[in-house]
Design a protein around this ligand. Structure first.
Ligand SMILES: [Zn+2]
Length: 236
């Protein structure tokens, strides 16, 4: 594989077939069959229901479902995370824009805050994918982002190596919100890549509430419905 091929892959990142288009990382067929979830009145919002089970989350949304026949789009996220193709953050946000447009038309937020990553992991991976997504979303919708609002205090066990019940019991002291920064905001939109159990976002929610942030909402790129989460290997 040439370096050029790494940065400008010639194959569709979902179906792996060769693709002629140079403007997108997906072939025409995959781009036309995205696992999109609409936002707004009349749309089922399982993620919000799940998030609101134990937290008073204002709004929650993921433009894509990590499930079903068109679930292959998550491969693009894996390419971003594990193959270190950071440029894919922009592509994913662009693909998600129809849903994101309606989400941001309907709600106002003071700031976007990525789910933080422990600094040793950032050194290892080279970047925090949630921070990259936050930056792209902020640019596209002209919203301020505060990547320093939250920090991760210790390095947690990889989600993949845990049992399901352990995943639900993420340590609430894992994250800390900066008290000075937190005072500036009335409504914080937390941003992450995938919502599965919601435990990571829930722990960030608690950290913000501890600093008396009045309103907190969630935005992730993908939502893995519970019935799929039980069958599939989860966020790695
Ligand atoms: Zn394809």
């Amino acid at each position: 594989m040439s370096l050029l091929d790494l940065y400008f892959p010639k194959h569709c990142l979902v179906c792996r077939r060769a693709r002629a288009e140079k403007t997108t990382v997906l072939c025409v067929n995959c781009a036309a069959n995205l696992p999109t979830q609409n936002y707004g009145r009349g749309s089922l919002n399982q993620m919000l229901e799940q998030a609101q089970l134990n937290k008073e989350v204002c709004h929650a949304y993921a433009p894509f479902l990590n499930a079903g026949e068109n679930g292959g789009l998550i491969n693009v996220l894996y390419q971003l995370k594990y193959a270190k193709r950071a440029f894919l953050a922009r592509d994913l946000v662009a693909l998600a824009s129809p849903g994101l447009d309606s989400f941001f038309e309907q709600h106002q937020f003071d700031v976007l805050a990525p789910v933080p990553m422990h600094f040793t992991k950032i050194i290892q991976r080279g970047f925090n994918q949630a921070a990259l997504l936050t930056r792209e979303i902020g640019k596209r919708y002209a919203l301020a982002a505060d990547p320093q609002l939250l920090s991760q205090l210790s390095r947690k066990k990889s989600q993949a190596s845990k049992t399901r019940s352990e995943r639900h019991e993420l340590d609430v002291h894992l994250f800390k919100a900066n008290s000075v920064r937190a005072q500036r905001y009335r409504h914080v939109l937390l941003v992450d890549d995938v919502f599965t159990t919601g435990s990571t976002l829930g722990a960030c929610f608690e950290a913000l509430k501890k600093q008396a942030v009045p309103e907190v909402s969630y935005l992730t790129l993908f939502y893995t419905p519970l019935e799929y989460a039980a069958k599939r290997p989860l966020e790695l």
